[in-house]
Design a protein around this ligand. Structure first.
Ligand code: ARG
Length: 580
């Protein structure tokens, strides 16, 4: 385990046990970055209080029992009782070398793998995905990839909206235009237009609206002819999603789709059990659960409606059935719902009801990974100039076009053929959009700004992609495959030290993303690594290094950097082109 923070954590715990007794091993050593050294341990402050002794004295005693030989210089006490650690250059170099040889780059496999449902994307079928769905898709995919890599059993779950009232209207419209017609094919290419046409007819034509309502009843009773049409609608929509996911390099497949319809025949039972347990009561003709602790502004209890006045079940009933299925059938001990933050209250209440009902055991952690809004540069929800929602396919096409424009201006592009250039433009355009989505804390809104996200400067996808291709070009010039760079790493110059030390933190940052389901932490880390690499490259000549050993050592450091950047971008789902 290379992460210095974790290494020192273990050593200080040993010292705590040796100095004060085994029961003190469990104390958090409070290892933090230090402005006077590399790291500091703050544990002597709370421990001094507990023992009724001056913290500086406690710190000195701890140091007496601390074995950090070969890792740090002799630790010192500073301020009110901080223990300062300065890592040895040779230790950093040795650990960085180990990283190069480690296929997992210092990321341990989970000792106790969990079964984790990661629910993401989840668009409403037969409606164009909007940028909000783009964000849940991209962030969710990164979370799933990281948990996979950490060794958990990940179940990807695309909880599409594929059931309910609008489907009566959509099926009737499909019949009207003809199943084999170009109009029906719109579902594959431009589902929003299909939906809008159905909606307009529904609002304008009472006869069509009537037919649609009858169709809903047929759908819910499982009428075979209606189900066949519904299947048809689904297949066309799946084709649309496949195309989007392929372009976005999102790992969702058809098999991951478990939409609302999937839970349909579990709804009656779910409602009945809540009634039988005495948790659900009748309120104005609707059946509701009032979980304790949820009240409106005026103090009145808030309901979770599980059956509407007309007898139909709703979104909440489906979500309760979904919790049960995930716990009982999928054996999930963690579930991460990557959904817009506007649904926060909904999920809090669903989880509360599920706990009340005993469907969600304490051992399972069900979390809402909140996703903030995507805003236009005017600070409002992102829309077209005309005020319409932006079609995802248009947005992606614009990204590719802009990336191509930028690449065409680069001198180096001239040597690449049009096909290579198009492939790179796709990587850069998609990478820019995905990275912008990922690098902002997922629960805060972010401004969708082409110029910023596609820039080669700053914390952007193209900057990080460029950093990797720059390292690749060093290896091309050296006439060496990056996989063959295995010389011992040296840490002599400060820029070398900073870079190597940061590379050791890859495992720790992956562990953080695993726990918090917050991929932006990985983005911030990769940006730091790339920036430190830039500084290293400026200050430490690689190919023109003074002697052969230094040259080989620096090439090895380049290789670790490349591997960390590639692995990190891979876990984010950001494509990494070979050249740019
Ligand atoms: N289909 C919903 C929407 O587009 C999102 C589904 C969220 N997931 C859930 N389990 N309710 O808003």
């Amino acid at each position: 385990m290379a992460d210095p923070q974790q290494v020192l954590d273990a050593r200080v715990r040993d010292a705590l046990g040796a100095a004060f007794g085994a029961e003190y091993r469990g104390l958090d050593p409070l290892i933090r970055p230090s402005s006077f050294a590399d790291l500091q341990a703050n544990v002597a402050l709370p421990l001094g209080k507990r023992l009724g002794r001056p913290p500086r004295e406690v710190a000195a005693e701890l140091i007496g029992h601390l074995d950090v030989g070969g890792i740090c210089a002799e630790p010192t006490v500073s301020g009110p009782g901080f223990i300062n650690f300065t890592l040895l250059d040779d230790w950093i170099a040795g650990e960085a070398g180990d990283l190069l040889a480690d296929p997992r780059l210092g990321v341990p496999l989970a000792a106790e793998p969990r079964t984790v449902v990661v629910e993401y994307s989840s668009p409403n079928i037969a409606k164009e995905m909007h940028v909000g769905h783009l964000r849940t898709t991209i962030v969710g995919d990164a979370i799933a990839r990281v948990l996979d890599f950490a060794g958990h059993h990940v179940i990807r779950d695309n909880h599409v909206g594929d059931w309910g009232t609008p489907f009566g209207m959509l099926i009737e419209h499909l019949l009207d235009v003809g199943e084999e017609s170009a109009g029906a094919q719109l579902l594959r290419t431009d589902p929003n237009t299909f939906y809008a046409a159905a909606r307009a007819k529904f609002d304008a034509d009472p006869e069509f609206a009537g037919r649609s309502r009858e169709r809903v009843v047929k759908l819910q009773s499982g009428d075979p002819a209606t189900m066949r049409l519904w299947d048809e609608l689904m297949e066309l929509s799946r084709a649309y999603l496949r195309g989007i996911y392929r372009l976005l390099r999102v790992t969702l497949t058809d098999d991951d789709i478990r939409g609302e319809s999937f839970y349909n025949d579990m709804l009656a039972d779910t409602a009945a059990e809540l009634i039988a347990m005495g948790l659900a009561t009748d309120s104005d003709g609707a059946t509701c659960v009032f979980p304790p602790g949820f009240t409106g502004r005026d103090g009145t209890p808030l309901p979770v409606i599980i059956r509407k006045r007309d007898g139909g079940y709703n979104y909440s009933t489906t979500d309760l059935a979904t919790v049960r299925y995930r716990v009982d059938k999928l054996n999930a001990d963690r579930a991460i719902y990557v959904v817009g933050s506007e649904q926060a209250l909904h999920f809090q209440m669903i989880f509360a009801v599920a706990r009340l009902a005993g469907w969600l055991p304490d051992t399972a952690s069900f979390e809402h990974a909140k996703i903030g809004l995507v805003l236009g540069t005017d600070g409002n929800r992102l829309r077209t100039r005309e005020g319409d929602t932006i079609k995802l396919s248009d947005l992606l096409a614009e990204g590719l076009g802009r990336a191509r424009g930028i690449l065409d201006e680069l001198e180096t592009s001239a040597e690449l053929g049009p096909q290579t250039l198009a492939a790179i433009a796709e990587d850069v355009g998609i990478g820019a959009i995905k990275y912008a989505d990922l690098s902002t804390a997922r629960d805060s809104g972010y401004v969708f700004d082409w110029d910023r996200m596609i820039s080669f400067r700053g914390n952007t996808g193209p900057y990080l992609q460029y950093a990797t291709t720059r390292i690749l070009s060093i290896f091309r010039k050296a006439g060496l495959a990056e996989t063959d760079a295995g010389a011992p790493i040296q840490v002599t110059a400060p820029a070398e030290r900073d870079l190597a030390l940061r590379l050791l933190g890859f495992g720790a940052v992956i562990a953080q993303v695993e726990q918090t389901a917050e991929p932006h932490r990985l983005c911030a880390y990769l940006f730091e690594v790339a920036s430190l690499f830039t500084a290293f490259y400026e200050h430490c000549p690689v190919l023109k290094a003074g002697d052969e050993a230094t040259r080989a050592a620096r090439l090895a450091l380049c290789a670790v950097t490349l591997r960390v950047l590639r692995a990190g971008l891979g876990l984010l789902g950001v494509p990494v082109p070979e050249r740019m």
